[in-house]
Design a protein around this ligand. Structure first.
Ligand SMILES: *Cc1c(COP(=O)(O)O)cnc(C)c1O
Length: 463
């Protein structure tokens, strides 16, 4: 951060330095339901509660930082996706967003399937009792060992990502005397971003087999010839944190186009298409995500219309939301350690975690909200930057947000919408211990992933 880039001036709301933030909120005690988990509210004593438990109690009992996950909200979102898509479609939760055995059990109970993309995710899913035929195995470089375990376990599908993998999976399945159900992941030439999609440079990435130049058609030709494989469909995943349905529209059009070419060339109509995940959530009050029923309606209409045009039977659709299910259900609870006002700039608020528990801000320039949760305040808003305790100036959790000017060490603050890609991407940088995930529901709190300990760290260090 270069200080000289900013004009000097007062640090309160009348003159503000550059940055990406909206106007200060009218009431700093408000909790926008768009960005907070469903059961979050402020109690009469001013303390925020979730699942019927107040955050001060959570901090006392489990320590900070902690990811606090609203189980009722998770289940409600899973159920909403399940019921929006109905019996003629499948919803695969993308395990990479956040996976633990409790989550696997909730998904199983709510009728969802599960995507995994490594041996570690596969073993977590199987050990928590997810039936193998409801698991899809993804990844652009699955090892022979991982493929063998997946085929042996009987996973419902393996999503093939390269020509080598087509041969590899066929060979292993044959050796094991199996015929493995597979989909082929293609790149359709759409790269979706948050608010727009572009149709250039799209195939310049590591995932999938390009539709362009006939590569995807050639992959289908090869897969259809191999006894070890049962080709059930085509897969496309266009990106993440998407709000605009037009990228899916182009993707569905191109996937159906390939299905039509396959029918014309081989006389087979593949029974399934998977349109991937990527649906956006609200990280700040400025984001307006779509509801699962709107997404289901739009995708189903697009695919049905395209198939009618191509005179194909409508295939079974599957989708793979990760962020859209788990993202909004958790917040990270931190204790404020230091408050450092820099005149004319902003106030740096240091918390007891940082880029080791939330890398998304450093990695993607992600935006987050933040609120004081251990009490109410009537202090003025101050422009703050929430930073961690790591030895890195890019160790930023919330880049620009308003917090009360009476914020002090010992206050608890929380960053909402950290359910996805925070614990799952957490690291041990600076040998900081990864926080626990505490699930709350109906007045009860329980640890579903425990806090790392110094013994955990030392156990790996065998030198
Ligand atoms: C990451 C990923 C998803 C989930 O993406 P979200 O943005 O979390 O919904 C789904 N499918 C595939 C193949 C992915 O790689």
């Amino acid at each position: 951060m270069s200080r000289s880039a900013h004009p000097a001036g007062p640090r309160h709301a009348d003159v503000l330095p550059e940055g990406h933030y909206s106007a200060p909120p009218t009431d700093l005690n408000d909790l926008d339901p768009k960005v907070w988990a469903q059961t979050v509210s402020r109690d009469t004593d001013g303390v925020v509660t979730v699942g019927g438990i107040d955050v001060k109690r959570i901090a006392e009992e489990f320590g900070t930082p902690a990811y606090v996950l609203d189980e009722a909200d998770f289940r409600a979102r899973a159920r909403a996706w399940r019921s929006a898509f109905g019996a003629d479609a499948d919803v695969f939760y993308a395990g990479k967003a956040f996976l633990s055995r409790a989550v696997v059990r909730w998904l199983h109970e709510e009728g969802l399937n599960l995507d995994v993309c490594s041996g570690g995710e596969l073993v977590t899913a199987l050990s928590a009792g997810m039936p193998a035929d409801r698991i899809a195995f993804h990844g652009n470089n699955k090892s022979a060992e991982e493929i063998r375990r997946a085929v042996e376990a009987g996973v419902g599908r393996i999503v093939l990502d390269s020509f080598q993998e087509i041969v590899r999976v066929a060979h292993i399945a044959k050796e094991l005397g199996r015929r493995q159900r597979v989909q082929i992941r293609i790149t359709v030439g759409v790269e979706a971003h948050t608010h727009e999609f572009i149709a250039t440079a799209h195939e310049d990435q590591k995932f999938g087999i390009p539709l362009a130049g006939g590569q995807a058609a050639e992959a289908v030709r090869r897969a259809l010839q191999l006894d070890g494989l049962e080709l059930i469909g085509i897969h496309s995943h266009i990106g993440s944190q998407i709000f605009d349905m037009s990228g899916f529209e182009v993707a569905a059009h191109r996937v159906v186009g390939l299905l039509k070419d396959i029918r014309d060339e081989h006389g087979v109509e593949l029974p399934e298409i998977d349109l991937g995940g990527g649906l956006g959530i609200a990280y700040t009050s400025d984001d307006d995500p779509r509801e699962p029923h709107e997404i289901a309606k739009a995708l189903t209409e697009i695919v049905t219309r395209e198939c009618e045009g191509a005179r194909l039977r409508t295939p079974r659709i599957s989708v793979e939301p990760g962020r859209a299910i788990v993202g909004p259900t958790a917040f990270t609870l931190y204790e404020v350690g230091t408050v450092k006002p820099l005149d004319g700039l902003r106030t740096y608020v240091s918390v007891d975690g940082g880029m080791s528990d939330n890398i998304r801000t450093a990695l993607y320039d992600a935006e987050y909200s933040v609120a004081l949760v251990s009490r109410t305040t009537d202090a003025e808003p101050m422009l703050a930057r929430v930073v961690g305790k790591h030895c890195e100036s890019g160790d930023i959790v919330v880049k620009d947000a308003f917090l009360p000017s009476d914020l002090a060490p010992g206050d608890l603050i929380a960053v909402p919408a950290t359910g996805a890609y925070c614990r799952s991407m957490a690291s041990n940088y600076n040998h900081v211990l990864r926080p626990p995930v505490v699930a709350v529901n109906d007045g009860e709190a329980r640890v579903i992933v425990r806090r790392e300990t110094e013994e955990d760290l030392l156990r790996l260090d065998v030198g």
